[in-house]
Design a binder for this molecule. Structure first.
Ligand code: ATP
Length: 333
């Protein structure tokens, strides 16, 4: 045990059964991957929510044989596909996705340690198939848990002043899709309206109907932006929005007000999430992670200004995809 744990413990006398159980997954992943980890190359696509990470991952996977590992801590759970913005099945273009909608939220919170374990074994399997693992998602604490050579599950990196570990378990190529905050906020607000048009409210109504034991404690999927914000609405009007696709009857003023409050809160919380995610990315970069920035602001601005799909996707291709392909090619050489 001592050998496999490296220098985690100073002496055997310090290993207590409870401590061992707590860190068991981390040790297993460490031991299994010790042989592989210095060798495997991975690409990590980072960025705030809504910045186009999923799109870039498919763009890259159509140029390099690759498989995608999700690193969004809410998208790991099964369910609420529209609310959590999971990439739609037909947009995946047949590229295999891992840790996306695989875990049952009712079994408890999926922790960073569990992510480290499951994502490590996915990397190992993908590399074994001679494909490139692409880690894609906005949860920087999950990315950190996976990559940091010294990872302490008891320390919440982004809530404390602990230094960032710059020694990584894999050879990593970091692509950071950046969109200037004002442009991203404008886009995120529109995206919430689009999600509502695509059936988010129906999805939430069904979720609230099937939530048998609705407790006040928010864990797992219950934390997804949209669930807490609509709690008051569905308590007051259980199942009432199912067939209306976001439309609120003119005659029902209270329902309209409560609905609009919920939508406003979703928009605010989504913009705040993007802001927090950007701060975390800047911290990782500031402390030495070699993140290569791709500025997608012009493509987003063009889309927001109503430019044709050909127009803005041309900008996306030139300013984001082509530089990313060059960076990955150099990295793989
Ligand atoms: P981390 O701190 O792990 O980097 P994060 O970037 O996802 O995580 P947090 O500040 O921890 O950001 O906020 C996470 C919260 O954001 C979740 O609890 C949830 O409310 C919301 N959230 C994150 N991702 C999604 C998503 N895909 N769908 C809906 N809500 C999400």
């Amino acid at each position: 045990i001592y050998k496999n744990c490296g220098n985690k413990f100073d002496s055997l006398s310090l290993i207590k059964p409870a401590a061992f159980r707590k860190h068991r997954m981390e040790y297993a992943a460490t031991a299994i991957n010790r042989r592989h980890r210095r060798r495997d190359k991975i690409v990590v696509i980072m960025g705030a929510t809504g910045s186009g990470k999923s799109r870039l991952s498919i763009d890259l996977a159509s140029r390099f044989p690759a498989e995608i590992i999700n690193s969004d801590k809410i998208q790991v759970y099964r369910g609420l596909d529209i609310t959590t913005n999971k990439i739609r099945f037909h947009d995946r273009l047949g590229v295999p996705h891992h840790l996306l909608g695989e875990f049952d939220s009712s079994l408890g919170e999926f922790t960073p340690s569990q992510y480290r374990y499951h994502a490590s074994s996915a990397i190992q399997q993908i590399a074994g198939r001679r494909k490139l693992p692409l880690v894609v998602g906005g949860s920087n604490s999950f990315i950190y848990a996976l990559l940091a050579d010294r990872f302490n599950p008891d320390v919440e990196l982004f809530n404390g002043s602990d230094p960032v570990c710059t020694e990584l378990r894999y050879r990593c190529c970091f692509l950071w899709v950046d969109v200037s905050l004002p442009v991203l906020n404008e886009y995120l607000i529109k995206r919430v309206d689009q999600m509502l048009d695509s059936g988010m409210l129906d999805e939430l109504a069904q979720y609230y109907e099937s939530e048998i034991n609705e407790s006040e404690i928010n864990t797992g999927l219950r934390k997804a932006i949209g669930v807490p914000e609509f709690r008051r609405y569905f308590r007051m009007f259980p199942g009432r929005m199912k067939d209306t696709h976001g439309g609120v009857g003119e005659d029902d003023q209270v329902r309209r007000v409560v609905y609009e409050e919920a939508v406003r809160a979703i928009k605010d919380n989504t913009c705040q999430l993007a802001n927090r995610q950007m701060e975390k990315i800047l911290r990782l970069k500031g402390e030495g992670w070699d993140l290569q920035k791709l500025d997608a602001s012009a493509a987003f601005s063009a889309a927001l200004e109503g430019e044709s799909a050909d127009g803005w996707s041309g900008i996306w291709e030139r300013q984001v995809v082509e530089p990313s392909v060059k960076i990955v090619e150099r990295f793989l050489e």
